[in-house]
Write a protein that binds this ligand. Structure first.
Ligand code: FAD
Ligand code: NAI
Length: 466
């Protein structure tokens, strides 16, 4: 009889865990994956990337029809109305299809789904829904949950003070949505409900939106969202909230201290970040302690401090992004199989899927300057023929290169399709490109991506169309 039930047990079936499980099975290992949620796919497929993009897409179509973008191009419509139930139904279908797709892939690859929340008994044994399961290798891929703000308790069932999960499920358009946190969720969900008719106010503790992004991109983001009608309260902290009937009274004051102001809202979205899921895992039973930020530390190969226990995705340090988790899922399975699984954490693109999109990969200009002398090339979308023709003037591409070697250190883009454009930048950087390599690569015309080529030309002072 085999020593263990499985070669690999993965805890959590989000983008990190389900990918690790499938890759491990593809590599010939006997695999199980424990997941307590009713459907596979984790945060991303159930209450994250996928449903938010469905609502972003639907709300964008609504806005195009309602506010004249279609009419501008000669597409006449009758009175435009929103059927929120249909939009929510379309979102639910996408989630169902995608989560069902993972279930199909599990069956196809013979990954056993252990339905329940797993708890460690020892480093090779967990208990899931009363069943004891043993494995030679256990991968922790338990993801993350919303960080609570103690002064503003969330109640998604009541649907007034909500988190991202509540914001994806609203059955009426808020009159006034106040978003606490000017990060990715705040701006994406603010855009959804703003396009559908809500007044949106963003309360952000820091002096700019989108922490972690390039400084110039952050400044431009503030300008763009203000132009779109968002009210921005930067350098502002929330001190409390009281719900009175269908109204929330939010008290805010300057981050540095000062006079309290009351903002009245129909809905408040708390979006101040996410924290790793480690509670209830029984880490104490295997002698593993999370770090001060609640994350599980690993080495470069995703090994934890405990032999046979590995960790990936949102539960470990690094950006909390689905593609980062997926790549780590592949790498950890390959490392367990004795191959060489690597993730280059210096080149993880990040995208905010608003209109326009904000995307970046590599170093910000500020971080690059600290590293040494740099050259910067910028090209405005206003001068890009496709963006101009489509009447999408906002944004720019910026390329940061090492002044001496010309190697590309960072690329930032604000453009309607910046999320798609950034892939070529990531690939170029992965291949160690110089800005000259990008400048001399033939780009199809007319495409938004030509702005990347022109920004690369601008690094050497040679853009054509500006
Ligand atoms: P998760 O997806 O969180 O999955 C972990 C799973 O583990 C969960 O299903 C959980 O139920 C399960 N679990 C936890 N504990 C246990 C246990 N003890 N036993 C069994 N199962 C357990 N990222 C992007 O890259 N692009 C986006 O557009 C994007 N949009 C987002 C929008 C929103 C609203 C949110 C909230 C997040 C978004 N993200 C996006 C982030 C993305 O969802 C996460 O980075 C990603 O899901 C992390 O994957 P993961 O596998 O590490 O964890
Ligand atoms: P975030 O970290 O992006 O933004 C949180 C914001 O809240 C920050 O700007 C922070 O300064 C601010 N903040 C913190 N405490 C505050 C307070 N008390 N008052 C006011 N502001 C405060 O976190 P967010 O938006 O909650 O998203 C969580 C994670 O989910 C992100 O890390 C992101 O990686 C992931 N995500 C990714 C998406 C994408 O890739 N498109 C979409 C949505 C989420």
């Amino acid at each position: 009889m085999a020593e263990y039930n499985y070669d690999v047990l993965v805890i959590g079936a989000g983008p990190g865990g389900y990918v690790a499980a499938i890759r491990a099975a593809q590599l010939g290992m006997k695999v199980a994956c424990a997941e307590g949620r009713a459907t596979l796919g984790g945060t991303c497929l159930n209450v994250g990337c996928i449903p938010s993009k469905a609502l972003l897409h639907g709300s964008e179509l609504f806005e195009e029809a309602k506010h004249g973008t279609l009419a501008k191009f000669g597409v006449k419509t009758g009175p435009v109305e929103l059927d929120l139930d249909v939009l929510q139904g379309e979102k639910a279908s996408a989630v169902k299809e995608l989560t069902g797709g993972i279930e199909y892939l599990f069956k196809k690859n013979k990954v056993d789904w252990k339905k329940g929340y797993a708890k460690f008994k020892d480093a090779h044994t967990v208990e899931v829904a009363g069943e004891t399961v043993t494995a030679k290798h256990i991968v922790i891929a338990t993801g993350s949950s919303v960080t609570p703000l103690p002064t503003v308790p969330v109640d998604n069932d009541a649907g007034i003070v909500i988190d991202s999960t509540g914001a994806l499920a609203l059955n009426r358009v808020p009159e006034h949505l106040v978003v606490i946190g000017g990060g990715v969720i705040g701006l994406e969900m603010g855009s959804v409900w703003g396009r559908l008719g809500a007044k949106v106010t963003v309360v952000e503790f820091l002096d700019q939106l989108l922490p972690g992004m390039d400084g110039e991109v952050r400044k431009e983001a503030a300008k763009i969202f203000k132009k779109q009608g968002f009210e921005l309260k930067l350098s502002t902290k929330v001190t409390g909230a009281t719900v009175e009937g269908k109204t929330v009274k939010l008290s805010v004051e300057p981050a540095a201290g000062g006079e309290t102001q009351i903002i009245e809202a129909s809905h408040v979205l708390v979006a101040i970040g996410r924290r790793p899921n480690v509670d209830g895992l029984g880490l104490e039973n295997i002698g593993l302690s999370p770090n001060a930020r609640g994350q599980i530390e690993t080495d470069h190969d995703f090994r934890t401090a405990v032999d046979g226990v590995w960790a990936i995705g949102d539960v470990i340090p690094g950006p909390m992004l689905a593609h980062k988790a997926e790549d780590e899922g592949i790498a950890v399975a390959e490392n367990i199989a004795g191959l060489t699984g690597i993730v280059n954490h210096d080149i993880i693109p990040g995208v905010v899927y608003t209109t326009p999109e904000f995307a970046g990969v590599g170093l910000t200009e500020e971080a690059a300057k600290e590293r040494g002398p740099i050259k910067v090339g910028k090209f405005p979308m206003l001068a890009n023929s496709r963006a101009k023709t489509n009447r999408e003037p906002d944004g720019f591409v910026k390329i940061i290169a090492d002044a001496e070697t010309d190697r590309v250190l960072g690329v930032w883009a604000i453009a309607t399709v910046a999320g798609t454009m950034i892939a070529q930048a990531a690939q170029a950087m992965e291949f160690g490109a110089k800005s000259e390599d990008i400048a001399y690569t033939c780009h199809a015309h007319p495409t938004h991506s030509e702005a990347i080529k022109e920004a690369a030309m601008a690094v050497r002072g040679k853009a054509i169309h500006i």
